[in-house]
Ligand binder design. Sequence first.
Ligand code: LMR
Length: 401
Amino acid sequence: RYESVPQPPGDAIFGIVKEFRASTHPSKVNLSIGAYRDDQGQPWVLPVVKKAELQLVQSPSYDHEYLGMEGYAPFVQAASLLVLGKDSKAIKEGRVAAVQTVSGTGAIRLAYEFYKNYRKDAPILLPRPTWPNHPQIAVEAGIKTLEYRYYDAKTKGLDLAGMLEDIKAAPPRSIILLHACAHNPTGVDPTPEQWKQIAEACLSRDLDVFFDIAYQGFASGDLGRDAWAVRHFEERGFELFVAQSFSKNFGLYGERTGALTCVVGSKETAAKVTAQLGRLTRALVSNCPSHGAKIAAVVLNDPALYAEWEDNLQTMSKRIQTMRDQVFDILTKELKTPGDWTHIKNQIGMFSYTGLTKAQCTALRKDRAVFLLDSGRISVAGLNEGNVRYFAESLDWAVRN
Ligand code: LMR
């Protein structure tokens, strides 16, 4: 009956993780998935998360009951506040619709389902390049995708002119997906001045704006600054959808902790949109996992723990920056690797878009057991004192061959 089902291609990211796990190479390096590792290459449970989790499970009232369709309220409210900020007019005026989601992917899928119902036939514009799951989720949700230029391979920076041109040529009232910070995969973000121009262009086509913020706290190390673009768009009067992931900034990867925050026109609309998102959640997953949301809520709602969390974020982003600096120094000062490698230092967030070709990436995986994506993206968090030299030497080898 199902013999004709074709074998799908391996996932662009999880597929490489699988290859890494299967490798028996003694020096194998996993730079594929965006998951933080400590300097020993091990997963890092944030100390503040450990503390909050203990506090939570030791509480006599802790249980494993279902959450409601809209999720755990103390978490959802704190999530909206985290991204929109305490000065948000929308929060003050009660114009925020929000629900818990199955992390960032779940938030994106839920938003797409909502658009499909209430923004019928509107296509969604995605940056080129983008996180490979963005178009994939759209295909499964039955939403048409278009692209806008984002990255300029020549300058290894933002193609602002191309981006603005494509936005201004988009079908009016399309939906546009913007990475709020730490663009995945390029690590290239617009400056505040550039964001202002992007907002203008979106206004000119009356676009529905959808932010994906999966790395708040990882770009500048400052939670507020990383949400600058979202807050600017809110100030400009946009109605917005924002997909939030807590996988990276809380290290809650497997707990699938996320939220969808929407700024809408009125309090009445907010109530209806929240109820619709709850209805769609019920049909998709019934309700979300509770454990991660409860941990995050403990931290987000306690000023002392919140400060500790900011500290933990600093630990992660500083280590990533040190690795960027070390790769750059080894390539440029010691190995004299041909080419300009300043982008390794300048790109921000968890990823670096190395500029290596697909053939070089394949060779690195096959011959050196350095597992990076075909696009040339590396997760800098996979580097540490023990493997950074091997990685830099392998990169040098790939460039020279
Ligand atoms: C990544 O881009 O590596 C992460 O966002 C993990 C994922 O789900 O793809």
